[in-house]
Design a protein around this ligand. Structure first.
Ligand code: NAD
Ligand code: UD1
Length: 295
């Protein structure tokens, strides 16, 4: 297939591109390199990198020519940026997504798989969550992803565009950038371990998260995009196992072969305390059972 990956130079995008290329697909990436890096992509005869913005109508229409399926991952990914700059964030995460969906249906694309987020749940009324749990986002970012889901459902209803939204939980793995204060906690902890710095824990460390490997996320993306194209709606992408940060630190300490120094700072305001999900659709409908880290 000819696949367009928006945000393909990013963390999840580049691993998805690797897998699509390994499966023999032709891949075009559209990325403005605002948070991704060209170095995340190895040169490959079946890979084309186009530097452009998903809000640029002409760039998106041009990128869509000859494309069978779209993996739409490009986004403004930082929750705090969505709070401080909600107009900018919505322009990328809502209008950019509408631009991609509109160009896809006009180009006759057969399948769109796009990134949503666990952030759409906010603090849910009950745990574990399922795809039917109501959305109660705590940030513009979460709301933008939820609006994207509604647009995708509308484009499917109005134009017959086959769409599937992937609600990623806490993704970790190689190429995750550890340098922002809001980078994924595992990448930040690994960076601190490598530099011999203490690990900074916000709060008591008893908050829970479901950490899913980027390799399993890439498998889920590619399966939804190229094999299980009848699967529609939204899918939680997680392992089904949640752990506390202190359990995570113990596992990292075992891997490093030493006890890790921990520094506790006040907890982050407005964040979710517990995250728990039973990803039945991922298991049953995509046939992906991501391995949890052994704690
Ligand atoms: P990332 O920052 O590595 O990837 C995002 C990519 O989009 C980058 O390569 C960036 O340069 C590109 N991009 C940003 N704005 C763009 C624009 N206007 N036009 C073109 N390209 C643009 O982040 P990631 O973790 O790989 O996230 C991929 C997707 O998954 C995003 O939609 C994100 O919201 C979602 N997501 C990620 C996680 C996670 O744990 N990493 C969790 C939930 C959802
Ligand atoms: C994650 C997503 C976010 C999404 C949210 C919704 C990432 C990077 N972020 O946020 O986009 O809105 O899920 O479910 O995946 N922590 C520390 N020390 C650190 C860094 C973090 O203690 O150095 C703590 C945080 O306070 C939090 C936990 O670790 O309790 C996880 O943090 P993080 O990896 O940033 O992800 P989420 O906050 O869960």
């Amino acid at each position: 297939m000819h696949v367009l990956v928006t945000g393909g130079a990013g963390f999840i995008g580049s691993h998805s591109v690797d897998l699509l290329l390994a499966q023999g697909h032709q891949v075009r990436v559209l990325d403005d390199l605002s948070s991704g890096k060209a170095e995340n992509l190895q040169p490959h005869p079946a890979l084309e990198l186009r530097i452009g913005d998903i809000r640029d109508r002409d760039a998106v229409h041009a990128a869509m020519v000859g494309i069978d399926a779209v993996l739409h991952l490009a986004a403004q990914v930082f929750v705090p940026v969505s709070i401080d700059q909600p107009v900018f964030s919505a322009s990328v995460n809502v209008l950019g997504t509408v631009q991609v969906l509109d160009a896809a249906r006009l180009a006759g694309v057969r399948r769109v798989v796009y990134a949503s987020s666990a952030a759409i749940y906010g603090t849910p009324a009950a745990l574990p969550v399922s795809e039917d749990t109501p959305s109660r986002p705590l940030s513009p970012y979460g709301l933008e992803k939820y609006i994207d889901e509604q647009y995708a459902a509308l484009f499917q209803g109005l134009h017959g565009l086959s769409c599937c939204g992937m609600r990623y939980f806490n993704v970790y793995g190689p190429r995750q950038d550890p340098r922002s204060a809001y980078s994924g906690v595992i990448s930040r902890f690994q960076d601190a371990i490598a530099a011999g710095r203490p690990l900074t824990v916000f709060g008591d460390g008893l908050q829970t998260r479901d950490f899913v490997s980027v390799f399993d996320v890439a498998r889920a993306n590619c399966t939804a995009l190229t094999e299980r194209t009848e699967v529609q709606g939204v899918i939680n992408v997680a392992t089904g196992t949640s752990v506390t940060l202190l359990e995570l630190i113990a596992a990292l300490g075992r891997a490093a072969g030493r006890e890790l120094e921990v520094q506790h700072l006040p907890g982050r305001a407005g964040e979710v305390r517990d995250s728990r999900v039973v990803p039945e659709r991922l298991w049953q409908e995509l046939g992906i059972r991501g391995a949890a880290i052994a704690f």
